[in-house]
Ligand binder design. Structure first.
Ligand code: HEM
Ligand code: SF4
Length: 562
């Protein structure tokens, strides 16, 4: 784990002290809400439908047990006993009181966490593959690069007021679990032909009202130039990004309007100029700094273990529920005898991504005892124990089961991403959470869910797409149609290295018709798939959307509508 140095500690504590004074002035009435707004947004505090909301960054999705316990404590003491893990590896508290916020931020600072740059038109929390350092398909752990980017981007004087928010994600594995092609900048760790490790740089991706798949601006960037190249991209964007229209202000619009070649030429010119003349040399990180960061993410001291365990095998044979959980929620680890445990935050009946105080405490205890003190937060709103010895699986499962956290649905139809929607969000046009709950309830039979196989349903409560619906195998977008919630369905989205945007199937559905529509899509898939290995997404890619369209809008109805 990376740990703060004296500078970081003083900086974060000073920010809290400054904000404490601003809150006192708001409470006394010396500041109006309008005057207070830019000050609170500098500290990750939004005003939602019912209350203030605090968004806390979890850099590259990594937490230690002390941090997780502190998040639990905050939920218990100052919120309603739960927190909400989001698609950008943040945690959000939906009910903090204004008067408590400085104390909450102080408590976060005590465990080296903060909410700086979790809102506003700045570089947001840098995200990374949630299996970093554990995945078998990894070229290199992406977190040192993400940490370097975090240090560079925190309080960067030139990039505090960009045309619009700016999101960076890093992956170091063959499978892109960090959705890098849907970010303003996506960094992929790659090998070149000479066998050197460097970065492929993707730019101009994003979801929102204008979803765009990011494009490759550099096939191979030497490692030492990561910050200088990102600085060059940000400079071009800061200068030319559209400040006249909020909806056209993201870098994706600039890249589209300029064309990739022209945008790239400007970036390369800026990059060369930076290295040659300006403060380029200071953008090549001191090897001692890089070394310190890399050391912080050095692999833990794994035990040498056989790949099988007799007690585990016996439990697998005797306990079908345990065996099912192992089959669904584990991912192969790079070390023999170890595994990666995904903890589903999607139990049937709960809001996706929510965890209670008690649940966070259980996960913290398990991380401390069984996972080298590490927990991860995934963009799919689940938690992960990245470094588990297989022999410990029965004990972990029992503890999770006791806490209501042993749902075996990772990557299955119940593992739904949903944004807060109209239950909390001031921008929402429809509810997301109840739709997710209804779908999970309908497909609660785990045998049926496993028959359906891999399925990514993603739901957003408005066009801003916080729930990633564009890249869901089935995407659901909640809109307002004449005062009534209406849900549009897209098909064939893919959030991986082959990132693809879903295609809209047709007119939207009322809330109560969404589940039957999903059921028809599932039945259609089961009817046409070639075999069990052809997942829903593969089948859609093979046959196209027409059979699914016909299932949702039978020709008779279409004729009547026409
Ligand atoms: C306070 C509630 C929230 C507000 C006001 C809000 C606002 C927005 C807005 C306005 C956009 C569109 C940005 C654009 O197109 O330029 C957006 C995008 C996005 N938000 Fe949120 N959001 C909220 C909560 C969340 C939550 C809870 C998550 C995670 C579950 C999230 C993750 C994202 C993601 C992934 C995107 C799309 C990626 C992109 O920026 O292009 N947001 N949000
Ligand atoms: S997608 Fe819309 S409703 Fe959902 S959290 Fe984002 S802004 Fe709110």
């Amino acid at each position: 784990m990376y740990s703060y140095d004296e500078f970081d500690r003083t900086y974060v504590k000073d920010r809290v002290a400054t904000f404490r004074d601003q809150v006192a002035r708001r409470i006394s009435g010396a500041l109006t809400e309008d005057e207070f707004k830019p000050l609170r947004l500098q500290n990750g505090i939004y005003l939602q439908l019912h209350a203030y909301m605090l968004r806390v960054a979890i850099p590259y999705g990594t937490l230690n047990s002390a941090q997780m316990r502190q998040l639990a404590m905050i939920a218990e003491r100052w919120d309603k006993g739960y927190g909400h893990f989001t698609t950008r590896q943040n945690i959000q508290y939906n009910w903090p009181k204004l008067v408590d916020l400085p104390d909450i931020l102080d408590a976060l600072a005590d465990v080296e966490m903060h909410a700086i740059q979790t809102s506003g038109n700045c570089i947001r929390n840098v995200t990374a593959d949630h299996f970093a350092g554990a995945a078998k398909d990894e070229i290199e752990d992406p977190r040192p690069a993400a940490e370097l980017l975090r240090q560079w981007s925190t309080d960067h004087p030139e990039f505090a007021f960009l045309p619009r928010k700016f999101k960076i994600a890093v992956t170091g594995a063959e499978e892109d679990r960090a959705v890098t092609r849907a970010h303003d900048i996506g960094i992929q760790i790659v090998n070149n032909e000479a066998g050197e490790i460097g970065y492929k740089v993707i730019v101009g991706g994003g979801l929102g009202r204008t979803p765009v798949v990011g494009v490759t601006i550099r096939d191979f960037l030497p490692k030492e130039h990561l910050l200088a190249y990102c600085e060059a991209i940000l400079r071009v964007y800061n200068l030319h990004g559209r400040r006249d229209n909020k909806y056209k202000a993201r870098i994706k619009i600039l890249v589209m309007e300029e064309g990739l070649d022209s945008f790239r030429a400007q970036v390369e010119e800026e990059f060369a100029d930076l290295l040659e003349r300006h403060h380029g040399p200071s953008l090549i990180p001191d090897p001692a700094v890089v070394e310190r960061i890399e050391q912080a993410f050095a692999p833990p001291a794994f035990e040498t273990l056989p790949d099988t365990d007799d007690a585990l095998d016996a439990r697998l044979t005797n306990d079908p529920a345990f065996a099912e959980w192992c089959q669904v929620n584990l991912t192969e680890h790079r070390e023999p005898g170890h595994t990666i445990v995904s903890i589903s935050l999607k139990p049937v009946g709960e809001a996706p991504g929510d965890a209670s105080t008690a649940q966070m405490q259980v996960v913290a205890d398990l991380a401390e005892r069984y996972s080298h003190d590490e927990v991860r937060v995934s963009h799919e709103q689940n938690l992960i124990l990245p470094h588990v010895a297989k022999r410990d699986l029965p004990a972990i499962y029992d503890a999770l089961k006791g806490a209501g956290l042993a749902t075996a649905n990772i990557n299955l139809i119940g593992d739904i991403i949903a944004c807060p929607g109209l239950d909390y969000c001031a921008l929402a046009t429809a509810r997301s959470i109840p739709i997710a709950k209804d779908i999970a309830q309908h497909f609660a039979d785990s045998a049926y869910a496993r028959t359906i196989g891999e399925m990514k349903i993603k739901i957003s409560g408005c066009i801003n797409s916080c729930g990633h619906h564009h890249v869901g195998h089935i995407g659901i977008l909640g809109l307002d149609k004449g005062g009534k919630e209406n849900y549009q369905i897209t098909l064939g989205g893919d959030h991986t290295q082959d990132l693809q945007l879903g295609q809209r199937l047709g007119p939207g559905f009322d809330a109560e018709d969404v589940v039957p529509a999903i059921e028809r899509l599932v039945e259609t898939y089961l009817g046409l798939r070639q075999d069990k290995d052809e997942t829903f997404l593969k089948a859609v890619k093979r046959v196209g959307i027409q059979p699914f369209k016909d299932a949702l809008y039978p020709p008779k109805e279409s004729a009547r509508a026409a």
